[in-house]
Design a protein around this ligand. Sequence first.
Ligand code: ZN
Length: 267
Amino acid sequence: MAAVRRFRRAGGTHLFVATQQYGAQPPASVEEYEAQFEQTERLAKAAAGEGVTVYPVIAPYPIDLLDLSDRLGLSEAVRVQESALDLAGRWVREQRAVALGEVGRPHFPVTPEVREAAESVLVHALEVARDVACPAVVHCEDLDAAGFRGLAELAARAGFPVTRLIKHYARSFVAPADRAGVVASFVASRSLVKQSLADPGPWFWETDFLDDPKRPGAVLDIATIPRRAAQVATQGAEAVERLRIPFDQAVRSVYGLAPVGGGTRSA
Ligand SMILES: [Zn+2]
C-alpha cells in the first residue's frame, strides 16, 4: 500500500495488478491457485481504497509448470495449470479480473517436452480468453519479428484475436509492421519510451514492478510511468496527445475498458 501511495503521489491513477506467487512454493492444485487469486483480489481492493482504479489480471504463472512438473509429473502439472486457467476464465466472466495473465512459456531454454507442454497450456489459455472475450498477457522470451509471427500463429491456432494479445515485458523496440498485430507492452525505460512515442499503437508501457523485499526496486519502480508521462507532457500539446495511446486508446481497444479519472472501482 505504501507503493500504491507513492504511485498516486507521482500522478498515477490506474494500476494493472497481476497475480503472483505469495508463498514459498508455487501453487500445486487448483485450490491453491484459487487462494492465490483471492489474495490478489484482496490486494486489489486495498489498493483501490487508496484512490486508484485497479484492474486485476490472473492466471497460473507459466514458469510454475517446471516446479509443478518436478512435484507431480508433467502431465498432471499441465492438468493443474489448465484447470487454474478455467478458473481464471470464470473470474473474468464474473468481472473479478479483466484479463488472463501472465500466460505463456519459459523465457529461458527448457527441454523440448516442457516447451511443448508450456505451449499447449498457452493455447488452452488463449482458448479460455477467446471464450470469455478478454485479453491475454503473455510472458515469454524477448521477441523479434519472427518471434512475434510465431506468437500470432499460436493465437490463430486458438482462434484468439491477435489484437487482444499483449506481449508483456517487451525489451526491444520492434517496428509495428514486424509485430504481426500483437500488442507490445514496452518496459518503460527512457529509450523505449522515446521510441514508442513515435509508434501509432496500440501499445503499452509497463514497469513489471514486484515490491518483493528480497528484490527492492525490481524491475522498474511503480512510480516510473507517471514520472515519464509528466516528463513527456512538458514537451507540448502534441506530446500530450501521444500519451493518449497507452493511457486511453490502447486500454479501450485492447481491454474494452474506459479509463476515466482516478476512481475507486476495483475490477
Ligand atoms: Zn513476466
